[in-house]
Design a protein around this ligand. Structure first.
Ligand SMILES: Cc1cc2nc3c(=O)[nH]c(=O)nc-3n(C[C@H](O)[C@H](O)[C@H](O)COP(=O)(O)OP(=O)(O)OC[C@H]3O[C@@H](n4cnc5c(N)ncnc54)[C@H](O)[C@@H]3O)c2cc1C
Ligand code: FES
Length: 271
């Protein structure tokens, strides 16, 4: 599958090192995506990396929204793109969050750092389908106040009835009056109905492991906890073996997996 050209039509600076790009198909467009899926984005002459889709899955106009943190060669080249420039995109790949299986249940979303990007489509679905969920809680953590993605949107979401937004930072900061500490702290204090809650976690692996442990300690079943795992990707379609995690190929069997499946594998180093 060859990359399809997409043109940058919007570039929103999120944090010191992250931007959200809106991408419009130059000619044909990729198939619709489900929340939790990713594309392989190709920066011309530099390389290709996996990036989650961070926009609204219900959009019918073919625009892809993706949030990129500048950590290395390819993400730097994508991060530097400006409106009018073109990149290549393949996808969408991977499993989704299966948010529809949380119908009628309470929803707890836990995000660390750039892990909020793949979860934003879930939040948008939760907000649009508020009547289908008695309660939705978002707990998002960042190192400092300036490192939250989608900050303006987070503030506006906090005022939506039925949606509880808890933002926490790792260390005290002068310009911060909110909670301080890892996401596990508000999570451990949260009013929880374990039997009727589905949890969606994304962020650094230790954060997901500790958050899952808190939820399990409070009575949730592993099958009701979903996490998104990251492994280095190359083909994106289950052919090269680059993204192997135990018996799973993360590009094909993930990135979203039930915690019951993921827990024994997370200690396994990638090949
Ligand atoms: C399914 C999936 C979805 C992803 N979604 C997103 C997304 O929505 N937004 C996004 O920004 N990234 C996302 N990533 C991560 C992204 O693919 C990597 O950051 C990217 O491959 C780095 O490539 P690079 O060439 O820029 O850096 P490299 O040259 O490969 O790495 C440069 C340096 O950065 C370090 N590094 C690599 N990856 C990361 C990382 N994730 N965090 C911190 N340091 C890192 C490396 O260890 C190395 O030291 C996703 C990955 C997967 C597998
Ligand atoms: S990236 Fe090639 S098998 Fe997953």
């Amino acid at each position: 599958m060859l990359p399809i050209p997409y043109r940058v039509i919007g570039r929103h600076v999120e944090t010191r090192d992250s931007v959200t790009l809106d991408l419009e198909p130059v000619r044909e467009q990729l198939p619709p995506f489900r929340p939790g899926q990713f594309t392989m984005l190709y920066a011309r002459g530099v390389g290709e990396i996996a990036i989650s889709i961070s926009g609204d899955a219900s959009r019918a106009d073919g625009i892809l929204t993706q949030t990129i943190r500048d950590v290395g060669a390819v993400s730097h080249a994508l991060h530097a793109l400006t409106p009018g420039e073109v990149l290549g995109a393949r996808g969408p790949f991977g499993t989704g969050w299966r948010f529809d299986s949380a119908y009628g249940r309470e929803v707890v979303i836990v995000a660390g750092g750039v892990g909020l990007a793949p979860l934003r489509p879930v939040l948008i679905e939760a907000i649009n389908g508020r009547a289908d969920h008695p309660r939705t809680v978002l707990i998002a953590g960042a190192r400092t106040p300036s490192e939250f993605l989608f900050r303006e949107q987070l503030d506006s979401w906090a005022s939506i009835p039925g949606l509880e937004v808890v933002l926490t930072i790792d260390q005290p900061a002068q310009d911060w009056a909110g909670p301080v500490g890892f996401v596990t702290e508000p999570l451990s204090r949260l009013q929880l109905r374990p039997g009727s809650t589905t949890a969606f976690l994304c962020g650094p692996e230790p954060m997901m492991r500790f958050s899952a442990a808190v939820l399990i300690g409070r009575g949730m079943a592993e099958k009701d906890i979903r996490i998104s795992v990251e492994r280095n990707m190359k083909c994106g379609v289950g052919l090269c073996g680059h993204c192997q995690l135990g018996p799973l190929l993360v590009c094909r069997d993930g990135p979203v997996v039930d915690y019951a499946l993921a827990r024994p594998l997370l200690a396994v180093r990638e090949l």
